[in-house]
Design a binder for this molecule. Structure first.
Ligand code: SF4
Length: 447
C-alpha cells in the first residue's frame, strides 16, 4: 500500500526549512503522499530515508510498456482499488486480433479497418491501442508475412503464437526493436518464450489455468530473466475473469503474494457481439491493462474506449481545455465573440452548437479551473475582471474589429459591471447552449 503522509513525515528532517517550496515538512509529506511532489525536492533528506521511501514508493504493480515512440502503450503502475481513492493512471489498451490466415487483400482490408478505429472525444484522440496478429495458420512464414503487414498500421504489436519458434521468426524479421508483446508463455512453452523476451527486451504475457497458476509461472519466467510481464487472466467466464482480475489487483496492492505485481490482460472472444462488448467493457473497467478481441466495426470499440476514458480521467482534476480564443468556421474580424469556461464538456457543447449554427464565430475560453458556467460564477472563478482581461488581450483585439461580446445567459447579472469595466456592448446569450444556433442566426446576424 502507498505510504501515508505521517509515515513519510517521520523520515523527513523536520526542520521546516522550506527549501522544498512548502512551508513545513508535514506539508511536504502530504504532497509526497498525494504524488504532488518528488522526494528529490528535499535536499536534506538522508540517504537512509531516501532508500526507505524509494522502496516503499515503488509501484506495487509494475509499469509495462508495449511498443515504442508516440503510440507506445503503458499499463500498470496503479496504486488503488477504487478510482475515488486517488486515480487510475493507465487506461486499458484495446487490441484487435487479426488472424494470419487472411489472404493478402483480406489482410490489407482488415488492417485498414483497425487503423480507422479512432475517434476524437472531449478533445482527445481515442482508438485501438494494439494490433494482435494471431498465428491461426500454425505456420511461421504466414505469421511473419501478416506481422510485417501489421507493422504498417503504426500501433504496438502483439505476437500471438503458442510456438516460440514462430515468435522468434517474427522477431528476427525486424519487429523486435518495436517491443511487441509476446503472447503468451504457458506451462508448455515458457522457457523458449522467456528466453525471447529477455533476449529482445520485449514484454511477455503469462497465461495459465487460474490466478495461482499464472502467478507461479510469472515467478519462474521472472527468474529466467524476463522482466516486463503481463498476467493473462482470461481464464473462464466473465464472472470468473472479473474475480481473477480483482483478486490480482488486491493481492498486488497489498503486496501479499509474489508473482502478481504486474498488470493484467484478457483475451475476449464471445461469439455473440453484444455479450462480447459487455465483457470487454467490464474488463476495461476492472482491472485489465489490455483487452484483446477480434472486433472490426467502430460501434464495437467506441463503448470500450468511452468507458476507459471516463474511468481513467483523474477525478481530482476536471477535464479542461486550454484557456484561449478558439475559432469555429471561416471567421472574419466581424464574426461574433462568445465567452465560456474551460470545463471541457461546457466548451465542446458550445463549440458543437456554434458549428451547427453555421455562423463562423470566436469562442473566448476563460480559465475557471475546469468548472461550468454557473459553478464558476457562483465561486468567483468567472468574474467581470476575467472577461475584461480576455477582451483586452491581444488574441481578441487581433481577432475582431468590433466591440461586442456574447456572454452566457446564466451570467446576465454581470452585464452592467462588464459594460462599465470594458466599454464593450454586452449581449446576453441563451442560458442553454442549445439556444446558440437560433441566437446567432437571429439576434447576432440581425444585430
Ligand atoms: S526541504 Fe526538506 S527539511 Fe526543508 S521543509 Fe522541505 S521537507 Fe522539510
Amino acid at each position: 500500500m502507498a505510504l501515508k503522509a505521517l509515515d513519510i513525515f517521520k523520515l523527513l528532517p523536520k526542520t521546516n526549512c522550506k527549501k522544498c517550496g512548502t512551508p513545513t515538512c508535514l506539508a511536504f509529506a502530504m504532497k509526497l503522499a498525494q504524488k504532488q511532489a518528488k522526494l528529490d525536492d528535499c535536499p536534506d533528506v538522508s540517504a537512509e530515508a531516501k532508500a526507505l521511501l524509494a522502496g516503499a514508493a515503488a509501484p506495487p504493480i509494475r509499469l509495462v510498456t508495449v511498443g515504442t515512440g508516440d503510440r507506445k502503450l503503458e499499463i500498470g503502475n496503479e496504486t488503488v482499488m477504487f478510482r475515488h481513492d486517488e486515480s487510475f493512471y493507465h487506461q486499458a489498451g484495446i487490441g484487435v486480433i487479426v488472424p494470419d490466415t487472411l489472404t493478402g487483400q483480406e489482410l490489407t482490408e482488415r488492417l485498414a479497418q483497425v487503423k480507422a478505429l479512432a475517434f476524437v472525444r472531449v478533445g482527445t484522440r481515442i482508438g485501438a491501442g494494439l494490433v494482435a496478429v494471431e498465428n491461426a495458420s500454425g505456420r511461421a512464414d504466414t505469421f511473419v508475412t501478416a506481422v510485417q503487414a501489421a507493422r504498417k498500421v503504426g500501433l504496438p504489436l502483439v505476437l500471438m503464437a503458442a510456438d516460440a519458434a514462430v515468435v522468434k521468426a517474427a522477431l528476427a524479421a525486424g519487429c523486435a526493436a518495436e517491443r511487441p508483446l509476446i503472447y503468451a508463455a504457458s506451462e508448455g512453452n515458457w522457457e523458449g518464450m522467456a528466453q525471447l523476451a529477455k533476449e529482445h527486451n520485449c514484454p511477455l504475457a503469462v497465461t495459465g489455468a487460474d490466478l495461482d497458476a499464472v502467478a507461479a509461472l510469472a515467478r519462474k519466467v521472472r527468474q529466467a530473466g524476463a522482466e516486463e510481464l503481463i498476467l493473462d487472466l482470461g481464464v473462464g467466464s466473465l464472472a470468473r475473469n472479473l474475480e481473477a482480475l480483482t483478486a490480482a489487483r488486491r493481492l498486488a496492492l497489498k503486496r501479499k503474494a509474489d508473482g502478481v505485481g504486474y498488470p493484467s490482460m484478457v483475451c475476449c472472444r464471445d461469439a455473440d457481439p453484444a455479450q462480447n462488448l459487455i465483457a470487454c467493457c467490464s474488463y476495461a473497467a476492472k482491472y485489465a491493462g489490455i483487452v484483446l478481441t477480434p472486433l472490426r466495426a467502430p460501434e464495437q470499440i467506441l463503448p470500450m474506449l468511452t468507458i476507459g476514458q471516463n474511468i481513467y480521467a483523474d477525478p481530482r482534476k476536471p477535464i479542461q481545455v486550454e484557456a484561449k480564443v478558439y475559432s469555429v468556421g471561416a471567421v472574419t474580424p466581424q464574426s461574433p465573440l462568445l465567452v465560456t469556461t474551460n470545463f471541457s464538456l461546457t466548451y465542446y457543447t458550445v463549440e458543437s452548437e456554434v458549428e451547427a449554427s453555421r455562423v463562423p464565430a470566436y469562442i473566448g475560453v476563460l480559465d475557471t479551473e475546469g468548472t461550468s458556467v454557473l459553478t464558476a460564477f457562483a465561486s468567483d472563478k468567472l468574474t467581470a475582471e476575467k472577461v475584461v482581461t480576455l477582451l483586452r488581450s491581444e488574441a481578441v483585439t487581433k481577432a475582431v474589429s468590433h466591440q461586442k461580446v456574447i456572454i452566457p445567459g446564466y451570467i446576465a447579472a454581470m452585464s452592467g459591471e462588464l459594460l462599465e469595466a470594458s466599454g464593450w456592448e454586452i449581449m446576453v446569450g441563451p442560458r442553454e447552449a442549445s439556444g446558440i444556433p437560433k441566437y446567432l442566426k437571429t439576434v447576432w446576424q440581425g444585430a
